[in-house]
Every structure is written in C-alpha cells, then in structure tokens.
Design a protein around this ligand. Sequence first.
Ligand SMILES: [Zn+2]
Length: 401
Amino acid sequence: MKKNIGSKILIILLLNIIVSIFLIGCSNPEDNSEKNNEVLALINGTLIDGSGLEPIFNATIIIRDEYIEEIGQSSDIEVPDGANIIDISGKVMLPGFFNTHVHSNFSDNNLKTWAKAGVTTVRDLGYLGNNSLEQVFTARNDLNTDLTNAHLVASGPLVTTVGGYGSFEVTSPEDARIKVQTLIDSGADIIKIAIEDNLQGRTWPMLSMDEIIVIVNTAHENGVPVSAHISRSEHLEMAIEAGVDDVAHMVIDVLPDSLITQMIEHDMYWEPTLELWKGVSEMYSLNWDNIAMNNLGRFVNAGGKVAIGTDFGGYTTEFDSGMPIREIQMMEDAGMSPMQIIIAGTKNAAHVCNIEDKLGTLEIGKLADIIVVEADPLDDIEALVNIQIVIHNGTIIHTLF
Ligand SMILES: [Zn+2]
C-alpha cells in the first residue's frame, strides 16, 4: 500500500516537472514582452537631477521596475526594445518633491493630493491622534503600499517633558532613553522633540539639556536622526549643543551670526516653515514672517542647508495641500535661487528624511520618483505647479500625456 502511494506521488511529480518545462518553453516570448512593458523611457526632456548640477538638455531616463536604470544625454542612451516610450520634448524632469514637515494624521486623502501634485514624499513630524504606537506605524506601512499615496516618513508622536509642548512625555534622562528606544523599536523613522517654553504667552515646561542629549544619543545609536521644534535662537543653541540633525522652524528672533556658523560646522539642516510664520503673522499682526525670511536669507548666503517643510496641519492657518508653492515663493523672496529651492525640495529633503540613499536625486540605482513639468522652473519657479507626469516607484500615477 505504502509503496503504491509512493510511486503514484513520484509519477505525479515527474508529470509536473515535464509540464512545467513545457510551459516555461512556450511562455518565453510572452515573458519577454511582459518584462519590456516594465521598462519606461522618458526621452528628449530637460533634466534637473536635484544634485545642483547644471541641467542636461535633450536627456533620457530609462526606468526598469522601480529603479532608474540609465540617465543622461539622449545620444548616449539606447532605449531598450519594447520599452514604453514617452517623448517629453520641451518639458522638464525633476526628482519627486518632498514636504518634510507635515502633520496630516496619516490621511489617505492628503497623501493622494500630494502625490498627484508631484510631492511624492512627506515627513510627518508629529502624530496628533490617540492610536497606539503599533497602530500608528502599521498604518504608515499600509499607506506606503499604495503608490498613489505620497511616501510617508513618520516620527510618531512629538517627544516632550510632562505637560510640555508635544505629547510623548518623558520624566527623566533614564526614562527618555527607554521611551525613545520604544519609539524606534515600534518603527519611528525619525525622532521629533520639542525645545519650546513660550509662544505668544502660552508657556510650557521644557525637556532638560540632559534629557535632550540622551534622546539624541539614543536615536543616533540606532541610526535614527532627530529633528527639533524650536522657535528662538536660545533653543537653537541647545539643539546644536545636543547634536540635533535638523530644526523644524526658522527662529522668529534675529539669528546671531555665531549660530549660523555653528549650524554649518555641524552640517545641520533647516526647514524654515515660512508659510506657517506668514499665516501666524497675518492672524496676529506680527512680523515673524519677515524676521524668518531675513534669517533664512543670511543662513543660505553663508552656505547653510535648507529642506522644504511647511508645518502643514500643524496650526490653524491655511497651508498649500499639494506642491508647497507659497513656501517656495517665500523662499525665493528670502533670496534663495530656483536651483537652491529645487535642492531644498529634493536632495536636502531626502537627507533629513534619512532616505538620501534611495531618493532625492535622479541617478542610476535610485528609486524612480520623477515629476515632469511643463516649463523650466529655473526660469520661473512657479512652473512646479504645472505637473504633467508623476512617477512613483517606477509607476506612472498621474499623467496628462
Ligand atoms: Zn510641526
């Protein structure tokens, strides 16, 4: 009996192998054509790669699956047979843009609006709801499986002291180490802390210097960067001393030259949130927007690095929900060139999101997050709102072609 079953199984296995070999043989040509459908070629466009290099005119990008396989002058690149070719003559290709400072509570709708407008990555710097850490980071992972959503980088809740500005409270340096480790183990891409004690008369207790140092060290031991909410120079000084990686608002007092120098020495990045300061200034008749723009101009002139971030959803003022064009216009008014603004929205933004190895510039081997715009943003930065094509992880998610 046993032997019979054994030989029957053997025969079935052999038949399976024969049938499989037959099928592989037959389906070979079909496999090839399917594969070629996964190759996308954008040809004859102008390329601004996000690195700050001069644009390449008449450029081609070859995308295979999710990645950039070839990029450069069209005359140097052979388009593979069977590729899906899109001729974008007269138009301009750039990396997908970022907004590195949002609070959208992981709204599916917002992520879709951003992606369609060419903002293919957002960094959520403070989850405001009541879900558990596990729920928060599971939600992020789920949202990131949908390519029609902007890719979500998330800090989870904002780390603070008991009763402080933020919601994830630590009680001591020892407690800070444990809680930050828990945040990271739960899936935080980045740690966001608050160094804030007074905004328009609203006052809060603040993390101690010892706690801030422990938070930064714990995050760095895990390879995770730290972003700090600050609004004044005295708190920027603490962030610099603790080794924070980027600061999430331009200060609204006059920024001392010595702090500009220190930030550059420490390679710290700045997300100015000018749109926020403009909204607050209009609401309360303040001049914080002007002070912030002046500080930004001096920081950039000295060689400081900037990433685009608006604080979308972080206050009751209005924010652009797609391309952060009002923030971009204010950056230009503050003295940034179109190329500096593009770098702030791509390469530098990917750096503060800790994903510079995969995104932020258009180069071989990186994920293909690419936007095509109608006109040259180096001539007029507002061209960034005229989106023709959005490619996210190699897939066209929006096209007017
Ligand atoms: Zn914020």
